[in-house]
Design a protein around this ligand. Structure first.
Ligand code: NAD
Length: 479
């Protein structure tokens, strides 16, 4: 049974209520978490406030903060195998994907630990006899709401820059993926974080999540999750007079031109949709292919797709189970509707014959040609389902690529250097990859969306700016 981590102590939910944690590979419960309410959240926000206003954390130099963060990276690596196993059990990730996620998590604390004392203000030339300093300061207490797809990585992605900038934090993990964030809260003490710098409160979104955004002690919110809930968060933040970063969904396209290198593109395009069993906001879920090579390219892509294997996490195949029965049903319903609409199913992956029937599995599916107006071309499935669409020329490729409500990531496959930059500049996306793809690549690289994909930037130095604010100080020292 897990409790909340508040002010450096383990505290049960005041109501005593608990939620079950299910293993996606078997559908069976393996732990319980606290089902917290607004009072529990308030306790955590007060602990963070104390740490920021009166505690060691708020008075610490940036260099000292950075050192603790770097130590945390080392502690995470010391517990790499344990954390990867926990992440895999809780989310159903294939073993090697979970291991890579823990490595990335450590890298977040390494990168932002090093960056903590490199976030500087500036001076501005102003009137004669005046000195203007623009200080860059933390918001104070930041609230963080996580999705279930990358609990470990996301713990680092959102907390590391917030802590580096000097904020005290309250994290609400997704109710379906709390195991690693809770274990990391315990490990943060080993690294030397003072009480209240990191607080973790578990519970349901509509109760604990909304209480966090609405709490008057919270100064800024970072949310990653669905566009629908993102809208709710932004409205709650507005009512609380605070701003927020929203990292929401995607329908990210590959644009494959007729001079593309098939051997280079095909394995990357497969990986971009099946990584984390398609449960990645930046999954490459559409492949736009120039008509002159459509048949040849699709034949090769279908051949590669049909080799993809689905297995239990420990089998370490290309795909594992989907996170919950509810999400499995949702993904399967997209596949069923596409089939019922007569969209050709070009290839399917291969489920292992010994899969536990209680696990939440779906079969990776490649459909095409898909009508650009159909739901498969426009809506996020959040599963291993790839939609292929033909295009005639560059203008149509750009129009199709930009033709959804999302704008997160895109890839352009062409050897023509002028076209690479021309098309990249016209795509509505926070990241554009040329002859490669990086679903979630690079902690150094600013990442974020447009439109229904959200706003604000995470990763890189961009995140440090979002997790801090300027204060302009004007001194009249006389001439
Ligand atoms: P979700 O929006 O249902 O839940 C995300 C988080 O929000 C959870 O912690 C949940 O408890 C909380 N929540 C739910 N309702 C809430 C409310 N009313 N108030 C406050 N908090 C609330 O999303 P999900 O099902 O966990 O994740 C799937 C979606 O997230 C997909 O659409 C995916 O594209 C998106 N996603 C985006 C990114 C990104 O970086 N852009 C990353 C991961 C997932």
């Amino acid at each position: 049974m897990s409790e909340n981590f508040i002010g450096g102590k383990w505290v049960p939910a005041r109501s005593g209520a608990q939620l079950d944690c299910l293993a996606p590979a078997t559908g069976q419960p393996f732990a319980t978490i606290a089902d917290s309410d607004a009072q529990d959240v308030d306790l955590a926000v007060r602990a963070a406030r104390r740490a920021y206003d009166e505690g060691t954390w708020g008075r610490m130099t940036a260099t000292e903060r950075g050192r603790i963060m770097s130590r945390f990276a080392a502690v995470i690596l010391d517990h790499h195998a344990e954390l990867a196993a926990l992440e895999s059990l809780d989310t159903g990730k294939p073993a090697s994907v979970a291991r890579a996620d823990i490595t990335a998590l450590a890298r977040y604390f390494e990168f932002y630990g090093g960056a903590a004392d490199k976030l500087h203000g500036e001076t501005i030339p102003y009137l004669d006899g005046f000195q203007v300093s623009v200080l860059r300061e933390p918001h104070g207490v930041t609230g963080h709401i996580l999705p279930w797809n990358y609990p470990a990585q996301m713990f680092g992605r959102t907390l590391a820059p917030a802590l580096a900038a000097g904020n005290a934090t309250v994290l609400k993990p997704a109710e379906d993926a709390c195991a690693t964030p809770l274990r990391l809260a315990a490990l943060s003490q080993e690294a030397g974080f003072p009480d209240g710098a990191i607080n973790v409160v578990t519970g349901r979104g509509a109760v604990a999540g909304s209480a966090l955004v609405s709490n008057p002690g919270v100064d800024f919110v970072s949310f990653t999750g669905s566009p629908e809930v993102g809208q709710v968060i932004q409205k709650l933040a507005a009512d609380n007079y605070i701003s927020c970063t929203l990292e929401l969904g995607g329908k990210s396209p590959h644009l494959v031109f007729e001079d593309a290198d098939f051997d280079q593109a095909i394995p990357v395009i497969c990986k971009a949709i099946i990584q984390n069993t398609g449960q990645t906001c930046s999954a490459g879920s559409r492949v736009l292919i120039q008509r002159s090579i459509y048949d040849r390219f699709i034949a090769r892509l279908a051949e590669a797709f049909s080799q993809l294997r689905v297995g239990a996490p420990e089998m370490d195949h290309d795909c594992g189970p989907i996170i919950t029965a509810k999400q499995q049903k949702r993904v399967q319903s997209f596949i069923d509707r596409a089939k019922a609409a007569g969209i050709p199913l070009l290839a399917e992956g291969r489920p292992d014959p010994g899969l536990d029937p209680r696990g939440f599995y779906v079969t990776p599916s490649l459909f095409g040609p898909v009508d650009p107006e159909s739901e498969l071309a426009r809506e996020e499935v959040f599963g291993p389902v790839l939609a292929a669409l033909p295009f005639d020329d560059e203008a149509e490729a750009i129009r199709l690529a930009n033709g959804t409500d999302y704008g997160l990531v895109a890839a352009i496959w062409t050897k023509d250097g002028a076209r690479q930059m021309r098309v990249a500049k016209r795509l509505r996306a926070g990241q554009v990859f040329l002859n490669t793809y990086g679903a979630g690549a690079g902690i150094e690289l600013p990442f974020g969306g447009n439109g229904k994909s959200g706003h604000g930037r995470e990763k890189g130095f961009a995140a440090l700016y979002d997790f801090s604010v300027t204060k302009t100080v004007v001194l009249n020292h006389g001439s």
